[in-house]
Write a protein that binds this ligand. Structure first.
Ligand code: HEM
Length: 503
């Protein structure tokens, strides 16, 4: 894709002559606080609505001042700005981190994270060095292929669990199906990060694994609360902060225990087998450094569980609400999985273009994250305003993904818009290709993009195929709603109905 270098200067305006950052329109700290109090216009309003209201008032670019220890931030709704920010992000792109987790890593468990800081909560050279070690292990297509049989097995077990949980009279899944989906994603990440079947989707509860998932849930709740609500944890260690540190500590220890157990088994397997085998992610990382294996496992678990189950929920819901599209998908899958219990192979995975289009379209309609943030990699100009190096710029894409200007008939679930063949184009008058390429980036961009993308897609593709191959999926309740958060999660109970497909 062509980059208009002129535009990286903001319509040709040089940084030195551009309008200062402080003049970008936006609310003052006082007005934000007052509006958020009882009686104020933002009181109890979701962040998404606050931002929409501010966009109406201030325009496509606005600035929020520094508040409660959080730095000031520029919000933009213009894809041309996204392109400038990403194209100038530099060798070590900066994405803001959660200060609570950073504090844990630096102060409580520097024994591990002082050696290797990991990906999620580090910046600069430290981040770059770690990423260049783990990229070759995680980003190669052959790594993903290696996991097809085991991810297929996890998905088959999950189907068994669904049959066990489903109401035999109504065929409805239980209200807490979201928790079950989180167990499925953690079980899947467990086989990659820890070389372990955690046992979360077995019908017999496994205490250690259940404690692990409960702790993970607590981390998200506590970290979100401390980071985004008013708190003095930065000055005094509050009870919630202490609890978060304890839970993070226990998670780090559990990851180490699982890895040590797996390492023992791997060693044994190696001495018993004379055959060469393709090494797993954990084996490769352990060979480099056991601490890297532990840190990467923790990052994968933090970043790969709720994200994947949220994205999966959106896809399943949209297929449930669009039975015609579900049927097209079922026909594609039938050709690849002739029997209801057929398994996937590498070759079969290449024959599912409609499935991939369905997932892409659902991530457009229900994004998992609300865009992306970068610290400007250099001095840039956006709409004539100076954006000095390091300024945080939030690129808000969800409303653009639902804007007819970029995605015609945006409110419609049209997987066909993502297909590439002439035949597909003949059945669908609109194409996602026409949209600005920097709007739709569910896995981010550049050297800091999601390292688990292929694995997340593999998990979703396999489970979605198996579900659609086995069941007619429907939704007979009010529309599903997602809550805007660090990771968007459904607020509605997930009440899918699954009726067995005959053959
Ligand atoms: C549908 C599921 C997922 C979505 C939508 C998603 C999305 C993202 C996005 C948008 C980013 C930020 C990229 C950027 O700043 O440009 C990211 C980072 C990351 N993701 Fe994912 N992700 C998903 C699943 C996973 C999985 C399964 C894993 C682990 C195997 C994972 C591991 C990570 C890590 C470690 C990072 C930090 C990368 C870095 O800073 O170098 N993600 N993800």
């Amino acid at each position: 894709m062509q980059v208009n270098l002129e535009s990286s200067k903001g319509n040709g305006i040089d940084f030195s002559t551009a309008t200062p950052l402080s003049e970008i329109p936006g609310p003052t700290a006082i007005s934000l606080i007052v509006s958020s109090l009882p009686g104020g216009k933002f009181y109890k309003m979701e962040l998404r609505e606050v931002l929409r209201s501010c966009r109406k008032q201030y325009g496509d670019i606005m600035r929020f001042p520094s508040l409660f220890g959080n730095p000031s931030i520029v919000f933009t709704h213009k894809p041309e700005h996204f392109e400038i920010v990403f194209r100038t992000e530099g060798q070590w792109p900066v994405r803001p981190v959660l200060d609570t987790i950073k504090s844990f890593r630096e102060n409580i468990r520097s024994d591990i994270f002082g050696v290797h800081a990991g990906l999620l909560h580090s910046q600069g050279k430290k981040w770059g060095d770690f990423r260049s070690i783990v990229n070759p292990v995680l980003m190669q297509p052959k790594t993903t292929k290696l996991y097809i049989p085991i991810i297929d097995q996890v998905a088959s077990d999950f189907l068994g669990r669904i049959r066990f949980l489903r109401n035999p009279t109504t065929n409805q899944l239980p209200e807490n199906f979201e928790d079950e989906l989180n167990k499925w994603t953690l079980e899947s990440i467990g086989v990659i990060a820890l070389d372990t079947r955690l046992g979360l989707i077995s019908n017999k509860a496994n205490e250690k694994a259940m404690e692990f998932i409960e702790n993970l849930k607590l981390v998200f709740e506590l970290a979100f609360d401390l980071e985004f609500n008013i708190s003095i944890w930065r000055i005094v260690a509050t009870p919630k902060y202490k609890k978060l540190m304890k839970v993070l500590d226990s998670l780090a220890d559990s990851a180490r225990e699982y890895i040590e157990e797996a390492a023992g088994k791997l060693k044994k397997r190696k001495t018993e087998s004379t055959k060469d085998h393709e090494e797993s992610v954990l084996e490769k990382l352990l060979k480099i450094d056991p601490i890297i294996a532990q840190v990467m496992a923790i990052d994968m678990i933090f970043a790969g569980v709720d994200t994947t189950s949220s994205a999966f929920t959106g896809a399943l819901y949209l297929l449930a609400k669009n039975p015609d599209k579900q049927e097209i998908l079922r026909n594609e899958i039938r050709a690849v999985l002739p029997e209801k219990d057929s398994s996937f192979t590498i070759e079969k995975m290449t024959r599912l273009p409609y499935l991939r289009a369905c997932i892409k379209e659902s991530q457009r309609i229900f994004p998992t994250l609300n865009g992306n943030v970068r610290g400007a990699g250099q001095n840039i100009v956006l709409d004539g305003y100076q954006i000095p190096k390091g300024t945080f710029v939030a690129m808000l894409s969800p409303d653009l993904q639902m804007d007819d200007k970029y995605f015609p008939v945006a409110s419609k679930f049209l997987p066909e818009r993502w297909l590439k063949t002439d035949e597909a184009r003949a059945t669908c008058p609109v194409s996602a290709k026409a949209a600005h390429p920097f709007i739709y980036m569910p896995f981010g961009f550049g050297p800091r993009m999601c390292i688990g993308r292929r694995l997340a897609e593999l998990e979703m593709e396999i489970l979605l195929s198996k579900l659609v191959r086995n069941f007619h999926i429907s939704w007979e309740h009010p529309d599903l709603k997602f809550k805007w958060s660090t990771i968007n999660a459904p607020v509605s109970k997930l009440m899918f109905t699954l009726v067995d497909v005959e053959k």
